[in-house]
Design a protein around this ligand. Structure first.
Ligand code: GSH
Length: 212
């Protein structure tokens, strides 16, 4: 297995998805907390390009960018496969993970931060992006449509953890409350965090047995 270290920050949900992957794979790792407002020499040495967490160190070799790290983890430790075996399905998983990060996560932050006309445009754009994600997961237990948690669940499952908060901070609604049959699917993804409280809902049984 080799020595595995994760340089992360408790403030970063990009790190959370990596921790979920390591835990699902049963990989023993050392977590090293960094301060993104006062970055350590360790972080700067191992991610000189972006200077961001997370960074995975496997036997001293650094891998940055959380989606790249997820793929590395999946290819290195074969237990509980995360990415689909089929090339087309795998390409789609990468497509939607990139879309979720670039359009939904960034859209969420932009919509919260902007003011006036820019804010209205950002909200409209984020709503459109979230509608695509909702459609993607609608009616499915896991995003792949299979009966097991996978790469996209880890890539996107943390978004609802900050959605309510960001909606409140930004004074906006990105998930359409008028369409509860669609919107509740996405909000159920809370379960990745609140697995005990929501034990009757999707993800919970899998995660309560697989995550500490
Ligand atoms: N695309 C990166 C994003 C990572 C990221 O934005 N990390 C933040 C913490 S949430 C960070 O380290 N920020 C420090 C900075 O921007 O200087 C990934 O997926 O790993």
């Amino acid at each position: 297995m080799g020595e595995v270290k994760l340089i992360g920050s408790y403030t970063s949900l990009f790190c959370t998805r990596v921790e979920w992957a390591l835990k699902l794979k049963g990989v023993q790792y050392e977590y090293v907390e960094d301060d993104v407002f006062n970055k350590s020499p360790l972080l700067l040495q191992h991610n000189p390009v972006h200077k961001k967490v997370p960074v995975l160190l496997h036997d001293g070799r650094p891998i940055a960018e959380s989606l790249v790290i997820l793929q590395y983890i999946d290819e290195t430790w074969k237990e509980n496969t995360l990415l689909p075996q089929d090339s087309y399905d795998r390409a789609m998983a990468h497509f939607w993970a990139k879309f979720a990060d670039e359009k939904c996560v960034m859209g969420l932050f932009l919509a919260a931060w902007k003011d006036g006309e820019e804010k209205a445009k950002a909200i409209e754009s984020a709503q459109e992006s979230f509608a695509f994600l909702e459609k993607l997961i609608q009616g499915k237990k896991y995003s792949s449509g299979e009966d097991k948690i996978g790469y996209l669940d880890l890539a996107m499952g943390w978004i609802p953890l900050c959605l309510d908060i960001m909606e409140e901070v930004g004074g906006m609604k990105l998930i359409d409350a008028e369409k509860p049959e669609v919107s509740t699917d996405f909000k159920k993804w809370y379960l990745l965090k609140n697995k005990q409280e929501n034990s009757q809902l999707v993800y919970s049984s899998y995660l309560t047995t697989h995550l500490p």
